[in-house]
Design a protein around this ligand. Structure first.
Ligand SMILES: *Cc1c(COP(=O)(O)O)cnc(C)c1O
Length: 374
């Protein structure tokens, strides 16, 4: 009876990528070099020729975007409470003030009306997050940004392969940040990239990622900004190049699996079980995650334990950021963002990854229904 353990996420690395990593290791040049340049060129081509720079995480990409935009002490930056804590931490990291706006209960992304209502004369930027890969209304987002003269740092960590009106996320807009952490749709083990607006911003991004250094000639060196150590290695870029070659296939497979989830849950699932499915979007989202919001009659911990008894790993993305101690100490408390608090308490992530099969989906849906029926 005992079926093998099904995790909610698992990377698929092909043999060509493994061979390419071995080549890098044998080449005599293992840190940032030709593979990083080739990966950045591929990404730039995909993003319609916009400049792209890679980094060692999708967290520092956002921090560097904030620094390039000149955001610091005294400035407010608005974001969503339902994201990985990195999204808000980077705002504190540059000395600015994080401000939250509640989420939309259907998309689970930041509610753009509430975002606009949270703007003050000190607001300098917004960081929208595309949870599970589903973009916000991009037209409305940039209309708000233009009207209030705000910079946008898109936390598109989960949205590589997603699109808006046929255009890839990242191919338009202001700063767009992606993550290649191990669970993301394509991975470099750890890493990230930032899509920028012009050559000057790209130059500044290069300085911030490597100690503020500019080199010239054979021995010329100058440091004029305080940079850090955020460069991607050729080992990671080799994995990224191998993964990126399969992006279209990966996105198509995830969309097909999501469709199968909907077919297996059936049209009466929400009414019968009191759980909420994600938006059935097969155009824009890359289906980075497939998430349910559980009914209040079961705790998430209880649900996760019962799924684990059936050998199925369930994740949750995410706990509301404003209720973490670090944020409570800055004045945030329960009741401020009720939708985020409810969703953050009951949201679960079901298995979704490239190598998942239709049978795995059927097994998962059967288990969810049996747990919720008890
Ligand atoms: C993964 C992720 C990040 C952080 O990316 P890292 O590469 O792990 O630093 C930030 N925001 C969101 C929404 C993410 O999913």
């Amino acid at each position: 009876m005992s079926e093998s353990f099904l995790p909610f996420s698992r990377p698929t690395i092909d043999e060509a990528s493994i061979a390419s990593v071995a080549d890098v290791l044998r080449s005599g040049w293992i840190t940032s070099g030709p593979k990083v340049q080739a990966f950045e060129a591929k990404l730039s081509e995909y993003f319609g020729g916009r400049p792209v720079r890679t980094f060692n995480s999708g967290t520092c990409t956002m921090e560097i975007a904030l620094r390039i935009a000149g955001i610091g002490p005294g400035d407010e930056v608005i974001t969503t409470p339902i994201s990985w804590v990195a999204t808000a931490n980077v705002i504190i990291e540059v000395g600015a003030t994080p401000v939250f706006a509640d989420i939309d209960p259907v998309t689970r992304n930041i509610d753009l009306d509430k975002l606009e209502a949270a703007i003050t004369p000190r607001t300098k930027a917004v960081i929208p997050v595309y949870l599970a890969g589903k973009p916000v209304d991009m037209d409305r987002l940039y209309e708000i940004a233009r009207k209030h003269k705000l910079r946008v740092i898109e936390d598109a960590a989960q949205a590589l392969g997603s699109s808006w009106q046929g255009k890839p996320i990242g191919a338009f807009g202001d700063f767009v940040s992606f993550s290649f952490q191990a669970n993301k749709n394509i991975t470099t083990a750890e890493g990230g990239c930032l899509v920028l607006n012009n050559a000057d911003e790209a130059k500044l991004a290069e300085k911030y990622r490597l100690q503020g250094v500019t080199r010239s000639g054979l021995d010329g060196i100058e440091v004029d900004v305080l940079g850090g150590k955020f460069n991607m290695t050729d080992i990671n870029a080799a994995i990224g190049l191998g993964q990126f070659a399969h992006l279209a296939e990966i996105t198509a497979k995830r969309r097909a699996l999501a469709k199968h989830y909907f077919a297996c849950f059936g049209v009466d699932f929400e009414e019968k079980f009191g759980a909420q499915l994600p938006v059935a979007d097969f155009e824009d989202t890359n289906w980075h995650l497939f998430q349910l919001v559980l009914p209040e009659r079961i705790t998430r911990a209880d649900f996760m334990a019962k799924m684990l008894e059936k050998n199925i790993g369930v994740g949750y993305h995410y706990a509301p950021i404003h209720l973490f101690k670090l944020y409570r100490e800055r004045g945030f408390k329960e009741g401020m963002f009720p939708v985020a608090e409810r969703v953050g308490r009951q949201i679960v992530t079901l298995p979704m990854f490239f190598a998942l099969t239709e049978t795995d989906v059927e097994r998962t849906v059967g288990a969810v229904k049996s747990v919720l029926q008890q």
